[in-house]
Write a protein that binds this ligand. Structure first.
Ligand code: ATP
Ligand code: MG
Length: 408
């Protein structure tokens, strides 16, 4: 019966402990988030005098962690107190029973008390382990929830594609973020080897279209096909061997310049230097004491926004991808450097499919096709000069950016 009571009490306490453990995990995540954000966005917070607010939020999270941990400790101690009382009551019961009924000798009473002691110590230890195991399970299941995200299935399953030519088609693609419809019926054909630009105002859906194309988002209806393969059926890992994606804020890894260009692949030094020259980083390179072995990132030198983008472009010299996507990948590079660098990049990538999202409309003058987005719809497409001559939405966009007026 003793075992039963202990088990029953443990189950009751576990219910309370689960909630407390979940609250600790949530608040630890919040605290980490505020600390990382505070560090990364230090300048913004400092200039906007937001530090006090941020510190308060971090303090609230840490107070909740402390409160929850204290609660947990109290419940733990309460359990052992109840347990000790139970064992004490049992021992007194044995003594009273032996005394009143005169059915037990002192030796037998002492033996029974020792038995109770010896029987309950392992239960207490087992109980501690059991509770700890159950609570660790809560933490583990949060971790596996993250690892088992749906996308993982598509990364490893599906049709393996050996190589891609780079033909892309969107047919009647509908996509929503929760309840917010972005594309009602997006239809678009991109021929292999062509240079394509996506343009349009902020929020018109350009990056969303690209995220659908790289399989980060999935259409609610309609199809996206690459070389005739339906994207929802192909093995994304093999797909990613064939595409390169350059975001507006490309990552710089903690490591040397060489590692940042080619990871752990082996490439001749001359080829690396050629890539560095082609993206306009030759001047910077001559100032680096350790050349290709210079450390970048947190423990090394930190690159400016434009230099980060140039570094990301240099990685293309070592990529075999046949579909290359630029999502405002040159926005931080000054106009003159951008023009020279993009000429080199486009020469390098000649014959491969290029999709570039651009706000500086002058940079896409020579593209094969410009697709103009407005509120999730393609409202125009064609070559730069045709669109300007047509004097419709693209013309308006171009004039608004003052570039057309300035260049006339
Ligand atoms: N994760 C998201 N959840 C909800 N809405 C989103 C999400 N990402 C984007 N949106 C919304 O979808 C719309 C299209 O966003 P998208 O990023 O595709 O625009 P964009 O054309 O790339 O704009 P920009 O030129 O500013 O980069 C925007 O109104 C945006 O607020
Ligand atoms: Mg965008």
């Amino acid at each position: 019966m003793g075992y039963g009571i202990v088990f029953f009490v443990t189950r009751l306490l576990l219910k309370a402990l689960y909630k407390i453990k979940a609250s600790i995990l949530v608040n630890e995540e919040k605290l980490n988030h505020f600390l990382v954000r505070g560090f990364m966005e230090m300048v913004v917070f400092r200039v906007n005098r937001r530090f006090e607010h941020e510190i308060k939020k971090a303090e609230t999270a840490s107070c909740e962690i402390v409160d929850s941990k204290v609660k947990m400790e109290l419940i733990h101690e309460a359990f052992f107190t109840i347990f000790a009382i139970l064992v004490g009551v049992l021992k007194i019961g044995i003594v009273i029973y032996g005394w009143t009924t005169k059915s037990l000798t002192i030796g037998e009473i002492a033996a029974l008390i020792t038995l109770v002691e010896n029987a309950y110590v392992p239960i207490a230890i087992f109980n501690v382990c059991y509770v700890q195991y159950k609570l660790d399970l809560v933490a583990y299941s949060r971790y596996t929830e993250f690892l088992d995200a749906k996308e993982d299935v598509l990364l490893t399953q599906g049709v393996k594609i050996p190589g891609l030519k780079g033909n892309i088609s969107f047919s009647e693609v509908c996509f929503k973020y929760d309840d917010r419809k972005i594309f009602e019926s997006l239809t678009l054909d991109i021929e292999q080897g062509k240079t394509i630009a996506f343009v349009g105002e902020s929020g018109s859906g350009k990056s969303t279209a690209v995220k659908l194309l790289v399989g980060l988002l999935h259409p609610h209806s309609g199809h996206i096909k690459v070389d005739g393969f339906d994207l929802s059926k192909i093995n994304l890992n093999t797909y990613y061997e064939n595409i390169a994606y350059l975001p507006q804020e490309p990552p710089v890894f903690d490591g040397t310049l060489r590692e940042n260009l080619i990871f752990d692949n082996e490439v001749e030094e001359d080829a690396l230097l050629e890539a560095i020259r082609n993206v306009g980083l030759a001047d910077l390179y001559t100032k680096l004491d350790k050349g290709l072995d210079t450390l970048l990132g947190e423990r090394g030198i930190s690159l400016s926004g434009g230099e980060r983008q140039q570094l990301a472009l240099a990685r293309l010299w070592f990529s075999k991808a046949n579909i290359i996507i630029f999502d405002e990948a040159t926005s931080a590079i000054d106009n003159l450097t951008e023009e020279a660098v993009m000429k080199n990049v486009l020469d390098l990538l000649s014959g491969r499919t290029i999709i570039a999202i651009a706000h500086r409309l002058d940079s896409i003058r020579n593209f094969d096709n410009i697709i103009v987005f407005q509120n999730g719809c393609i409202v125009e497409q064609g070559k730069f000069d045709e669109l300007i001559e047509r004097q419709q939405y693209f013309y308006e966009l171009y004039n608004r950016s003052n570039l057309y007026a300035g260049s006339k």
